[in-house]
Design a protein around this ligand. Structure first.
Ligand code: KIV
Ligand code: ZN
Length: 388
């Protein structure tokens, strides 16, 4: 599996929806699932069907309406979970069961009070059982980030033999450094028999702010699926942000990696999820934050007005943002004032600009941001007429 295509596995409706306060009803989930399908994600993890009747209903309804993506349901390595997930997925065009178990020593000792061998046995039994319902079975080795590589390789090999089609290597606690996570994937590629016949998946949490870097390290070392969420929502500090990994691959053609995602829908999808879940997007969030394409210092504004590329590596239109914002503050210069004044109808001569700029600075010192209505007020004070 060495193609350049990286599968995007969206878990906004499962890992993302686990976040306190982010709960959605079935109707809201259906709207988001439809949008994810249109966005071009390859896999939609629709929920954890055994967890509640509501989640079962949501997975089942999503399975019926999704046209292109694979629809996936999460399970523990427990027969009942798998049977219920299979039932919820029965109408999916492309169903996938995502089953697994913790593989780190801490999970084996404290969660299961068992042995490494028994964990492998439980995983194998789960994969085989899931395989009796669907062809496409993904296995997650929970806390793989803190699982030693030699044992993890044995786990992976056993799951491939049992019939897994995808191996998910989660950095569940967001602990790994990018070099370490990349080396883990490389180790598996080099040491697991049969690994080239399955897809390796990265599922990285953001506890140290490294989820995106770790996912990219994973695909650079041979993984071909990234598990991510819109706006990076998810347990604790969240998951890998879909919009970030997609745009990293687009902006760096030398990586020679691509996805099916239509980037023009990224901003709108971000807002749809944020509003639906009542979870604000931090203003400085990469790609989709309110300030991602906003320039406020005079030096930057002057550069962007002359040529956008001086301070922007992405054309905002590419991700569905109408235009870059030139925000007027006390740090703005004449170029920014002239630019914004022109947008609201004032074509200033050099003399007019010098005159208006003094007034502008006194407005800007009083206010956090000088808005369009303030510009009109400045022009009125300075008796400068609109050109329109
Ligand atoms: O973070 C994690 O390990 C998970 C698994 C259940 C895939 O979310
Ligand atoms: Zn997770």
């Amino acid at each position: 599996m060495s193609s350049n295509k990286v599968q995007i596995f969206d878990t906004t409706l499962r890992d993302g929806e686990q976040v306190p306060g982010c709960k959605l009803n079935t109707q809201q989930k259906l709207i988001i699932a439809e949008r994810l399908d249109t966005l071009g994600v390859d896999v939609i993890e629709a929920g954890f069907p055994v967890s509640s009747p509501g989640d079962f209903a949501s997975v089942s309804e999503i399975a019926k309406i999704v046209k292109n993506a694979t629809v996936c349901g999460l399970t523990r390595s427990v027969e009942k979970d798998i049977k219920v997930a299979a039932e919820a997925l029965q109408y999916a065009k492309r169903p996938r069961i995502h089953t697994g178990i913790g593989t780190s020593d801490s999970h084996i000792k404290y969660k299961f009070n068992t042995t490494r061998e028994k964990v492998i046995e439980r995983g194998v039994a789960a994969v085989k059982y899931a395989k009796s319902f669907v062809e496409d079975v993904e296995f997650f080795a929970e806390d793989a980030g803190r699982t030693d590589n030699e044992y993890l390789a044995r786990v992976c090999e056993a799951m491939i033999k049992a019939g897994a089609t995808v191996l998910n290597i989660p950095d569940t606690t967001g602990y790994c450094l990018p070099e370490e996570y990349g080396a883990k994937i490389k180790y598996l590629k080099e040491n697991v028999t049969g690994i080239d016949n399955v897809t390796i998946s990265c599922h990285c949490h953001n506890d140290l702010g490294l989820a995106t870097a770790n996912s990219i390290a994973g695909v650079l070392n041979g993984a071909r699926q990234i598990e991510c969420t819109i706006n990076g929502i998810g347990e604790r500090a969240g998951n890998t942000a879909l919009e970030e990994v997609v745009m990293i691959m687009r902006q760096h053609p030398t990586l020679a990696l691509n996805t099916n995602i239509n980037p023009k829908l990224l901003f709108d999808t971000s807002r749809m999820v944020s509003e639906g879940m009542g979870m604000v997007v931090q203003p400085n969030k990469a790609i989709v934050g309110a300030n991602a394409f906003a320039h406020s210092s005079g030096i930057h504004q002057d550069g962007v007005i002359k040529n956008r590329e001086t301070y922007e590596i992405i054309d905002p239109e590419e991700v569905g943002v109408t235009e870059s914002a030139i925000v007027l503050t006390a740090r703005s210069g004449r170029a920014a004032l002239a630019y914004r004044a022109k947008k609201v109808g004032y074509d200033l001569t050099k003399l007019q600009l010098d005159d208006a700029y003094k007034e502008f600075l006194s407005f800007a010192d009083r206010k956090k941001e000088v808005k369009d209505e303030d510009i009109h007020e400045i022009m009125r004070i300075k008796s400068i007429a609109s050109a329109i």
